[in-house]
Design a protein around this ligand. Sequence first.
Ligand SMILES: [Fe+2]
Length: 509
Amino acid sequence: MNVETIMTATTDAEAAKRRLAFQKSFSQEHGGAWRRKSLIEDAKFETAANIEFERQERKSRTGSISEEEEVFLTAQNGDVIAPMDKDAIKRQFTVMIALKDGMGSLSRVVRAFETSKVSIDHIESRQSRRVGSKHEVLVECNGAKDTVTAVMNTIRQNNVVSDVWCQSERLISRHEVWFPRHISELDNCTHVITKFEPELDCDHPGFTDKDYRHRRKQIADVAFEYRYGQTIPRVQYAESETKAWTHIYERLKTLMPKYACQEYLTAFQLLEKEGLYTAHNIPQLEDVSNFLKRRTGFQLRPVSGLLSARDFLASLAFRTFQCTQYVRHPSKPDHSPEPDCIHELLGHVPMLADPMVAQFSQNLGLASLGASDADIEKLATLYWFTVEFGICKQKGELKAYGAGILSSYGELAHALSDKPEKRPFDPDKTAVQAYTDEDLQPLYFVAESFEDMMKKMKAYASRIRRPYEVRYDPFTSSVVVLDDKLAMKKLTENITLDVEQLNRAMAAI
Ligand SMILES: [Fe+2]
């Protein structure tokens, strides 16, 4: 990496840090105004914060903001990472130039770059083995694709050059959204800005209970200190907390056979068979996480509260589910205004123990990486109406697969009764449907089958506009961005190996 590249990288990293600090300055823990927020509203919040960040960055660079820029920012409507114009998308190119007569003619080539204002980052030369050329020059430069192509055409016409070709290109737009590339970077995805916390929400049953608030904070603080690779700290649950678990567990068990989908029932039976789930003991996240790792490769990670939509979805890309560890207020065991470990353990965990659901959840997470704020908002809405409150048809009957339904006695009976409105699941329509998180849901989306829902979601995710494709590498627990020839070559090799193995397996049977 040359000096200029290092400087660019530093600038990008600093900008990312400034953006994060700016978003945090808006949030409650940094004194921002409190209001009830949902995952979707979080995404909207991030959008507003990003637009304001862009406004201030532009102001600090030029001292003022033009009318044109203001109109652009106002019109973003959640799509702030979309480029302002074609030139805002910058790519880094590695251009190879074969010189007929040696290095003496290099200055002519450099002048062509200078004239077209394509910035050169790095130049190297070597002796050429090509017939008709003495030297080859490698030029790393960055600019808009059309401009670099034009420079290459100009150079190609120069009589000192025998050939010009592009060896690689990658996107380096300054609008690129940061996302974790390795599972350990989820340590940076703990941005809790949505809170239904007892200190702040007067509707929270623990609002006036000082002891409860202290206990909840104690458990949340331990989660806040958690870092990747550590064992999840065990919680010694108090009698009142275990009592809430027992109450909900026993009531839900009576309804499950009638209302829960088959995937949930199968996994729940397995969790009981393994001795992890019993009515009289709140399972420890570490034990459940180890169970999930064996079943589907998913793992749990403790979290101190409700995460921002972007951070939460990003963790799914790494087969990681961020789980709260504290328990709802004992006075209202049937309802919690915020997620608690009873919701996570009885709602989400059994579904994550199903291999198909695990893959679906990871795909949803991968689709979110680098997506625009507007797309994150839509994905969070889809998450709400599927993973949280989804209903599907199984053997001609309606069954719940959403964790918000499966972990709530009241919601389970309500969702599958005739009272709420039900519409067919259609990702394009569902993604823009407003919802309420105050009470029982007035509207549910029903999928023709569980598989049909996943198929439609997969098709929806594939249409999300993103300048690159990403892929999960399970061997290194990393996300690979497929934006250069080398990454695509490796993918091709892996697919070839898989196909060869499939052929051998088919031949063997
Ligand atoms: Fe949930």
